[in-house]
Design a protein around this ligand. Structure first.
Ligand SMILES: NC(=O)C1=CN([C@@H]2O[C@H](COP(=O)(O)OP(=O)(O)OC[C@H]3O[C@@H](n4cnc5c(N)ncnc54)[C@H](O)[C@@H]3O)[C@@H](O)[C@H]2O)[C@@H](O)CC1
Ligand SMILES: Nc1ncnc2c1ncn2[C@@H]1O[C@H](COP(=O)(O)OP(=O)(O)O)[C@@H](O)[C@H]1O
Ligand SMILES: [K+]
Length: 519
């Protein structure tokens, strides 16, 4: 009898132990110098300043910046007449270098300088002198050139563009000629992606060292065209001093736990998804299928018996658990939950959310699970702070976000909004939309930019919640699961890549995408 108990206990350990919050080494600690790191214009200026302080001449940085842009132009365009429009600061300085290098390469180049020589910095003045040719009247340049280079404003844009400059930007856009922007399209705020008055619509933006949030946040992203990054001699070694906390999402940021040769279904977690009532079960079913396809070892729908009887007609691999949640939560193998899709805003749902948080399970709170707290969000946030939110992901769209976190200042960028929300709630906040921004309570923010507009279809958010639920079941932390989930969701839509996509097509694409992101 004793032996049998020991064997059972060993089996239990082998199968279930350590399953509940099995976390894989987070790779964020190594991300300070990642190429996915995004720097605001102020942080970028600081990187420049620190690099120059360490002995790299500004003249050389500017030369290299111009070289990167000129190389991009030479690779992507055939020799033609190029018009370089230079503004009053160092963005214009880069423009002088581009003009000279293309001229040296035998291209025909015109340049208009919209500033004053004596107000340029030393490096830009030297490069203007090296260019050394006559300024072209802007009308000639716009009429006669086939390709325009926008060197008006970059990281130094510090106010709305009005008057002559706004008019010039509009005229450049109206030519419908291809425009390559140096660093950022002039008029786009590099920190927020906002259009400051007027902005260049570029076919390409060539930037330096690290990209900026404005390259990926809307509307900025839609003004940038192809985004190209080049290295110009700014030192990675300055990055720890800058301490940037915003990243562009991609598989380098997170790791999906690998399938282990000796693994079994319980070692990949069991995800519980709350079913809506008998007439609203499709959303939860989409989440459940997405969680299972994302590699959770097991997925079960739970909820009212009447609802599960309807679900029984639709599901095969997914199990049905009519037991009350309190009872289910006594079983530690249920390590991840998805609550909200199609659930209905009720007090009962509110209680289920609070019980799940108190039981310290990984969970995704979506849609109705968020709206159940609309009148008293503090009770949700207090509970998360009390029991820990590392493995909790809130996935509001813009409307739900405003109702849960209150209307924020219009001028606040999505980055700041999400940062405030994640800190207030104590959980990861994934703010959905045409651009998706994810925040962790410690201030880390990740911008996801791979989602095509075909994702705006009924049920695609339910699939996202399910993917994240599956990732949590596999042992990823809340921030990794949220980032991984958003990226994979976008990649599924890209993989489908055509009109007519419905949410279940995303689920069908998951195996292919998971193979592709597997490292
Ligand atoms: N050492 C550096 O700082 C380096 C900077 N580089 C380039 O320099 C750029 C940043 O240079 P700066 O900091 O000089 O800034 P910018 O050249 O982007 O713009 C600053 C100038 O534009 C004016 N300005 C800003 N907003 C305006 C508005 N709305 N209407 C009218 N005028 C406006 C400012 O008064 C200032 O004269 C980067 O984007 C990059 O292209 C590169 O050369 C690499 C090295
Ligand atoms: N224009 C768009 N471009 C890219 N992604 C989008 C766009 N509109 C919506 N999405 C994405 O589609 C999903 C929609 O989710 P949600 O609003 O919850 O819809 P539903 O409730 O129908 O599932 C989110 O992941 C969102 O980021
Ligand atoms: K520019």
């Amino acid at each position: 009898m004793k032996v049998r108990r020991e064997v059972l206990s060993r089996l239990h350990r082998l199968f279930y132990d350590g399953n509940r919050h099995r976390e894989y080494a987070s790779i964020w600690a190594m991300k300070t110098e990642s190429l996915n790191l995004l720097l605001s214009p102020d942080e970028m200026a600081e990187a420049d300043r620190l690099t120059i302080q360490k002995g790299v001449p500004e003249f050389e940085l500017m030369q290299n910046a111009g070289q990167v842009v000129a190389d991009y132009v030479r690779v992507n365009f055939s020799p033609c007449t190029v018009g370089v429009v230079c503004g009053p600061g160092n963005n214009g300085g880069d423009g002088f270098v581009v003009a000279r290098l293309l001229r040296d390469a035998g291209w025909f180049v015109k340049l208009t300088f919209m500033g004053a020589r004596d107000r340029l910095g030393e490096a830009a003045r030297q490069h203007l002198d090296l260019w050394g040719a006559e300024d072209s009247p802007i009308n000639d340049l716009l009429d006669e050139c086939d390709l325009l280079i926008d060197g008006l404003f970059g990281a130094g844009l510090d106010r709305d563009v009005v008057g002559t400059f706004a008019e010039l930007i509009k005229r450049m856009n109206r030519t419908r000629k291809p425009i390559v922007a140096i660093d950022m399209p002039s008029g786009i705020d590099g920190a927020t992606g906002a259009v400051r008055g007027a902005a260049i619509r570029a076919v390409a933006s060539v930037s330096f060292f690290r990209l900026k949030p404005g390259h990926f946040l809307l509307p900025g992203k839609s003004y940038c065209g192809d985004v190209h990054l080049g290295q110009i001699g700014i030192l990675d070694a300055v990055l720890p001093r800058i301490g940037g906390k915003v990243w562009h999402n991609g598989p380098d940021l997170w790791q999906i736990p690998p399938y282990e040769a000796q693994g079994h279904k319980y070692s990949r977690g069991h995800c519980l998804v709350l079913s809506g009532d008998a007439l609203s079960g499709g959303a939860a079913r989409l989440s459940a299928m997405a969680a299972l396809r994302s590699g959770a070892g097991l997925v079960s729908l739970f909820g009212d018996k009447a609802a599960l009887e309807v679900q029984a007609h639709h599901v095969t691999e997914i199990m049905l658990k009519p037991a009350p949640l309190e009872k289910l939560l006594q079983d530690e193998r249920f390590n991840s939950l998805v609550l909200g899709p199609g659930a209905g805003v009720t007090n009962a749902l509110r209680d289920k959310v609070l019980s799940t948080i108190a039981a310290q399970r990984g969970c995704v709170l979506d849609a109705d699970a968020l709206m159940a707290f609309e009148s008293d969000p503090k009770s949700l946030f207090d509970h998360i702070h009390r029991y820990g939110g590392d493995n909790i992901v809130l996935t509001p769209h813009g409307g739900e976000f405003a109702r849960l976190f209150g209307k924020m200042d219009e001028a606040e960028s999505k980055i700041e909004m999400v940062r405030i929300a994640a800190e207030a709630s104590g959980a990861q906040v994934l703010l959905k939309g045409a651009d998706t921004v994810i925040g962790a309570p410690d201030g880390r923010v990740v911008i996801n930019s791979n989602a095509p507009a075909i994702l705006a279809t009924a049920g695609s958010g339910d699939v996202l919640a399910g993917i994240i639920g599956g990732m949590l079941a596999r042992g990823m932390s809340g921030i990794d699961a949220a980032c991984g989930g958003a990226f994979i969701h976008g990649a599924c839509a890209q993989g489908f890549g055509k009109e007519g996509m419905i949410a279940s097509d995303l689920v069908a694409k998951l195996p292919e995408v998971l193979m592709a992101v597997d490292k």
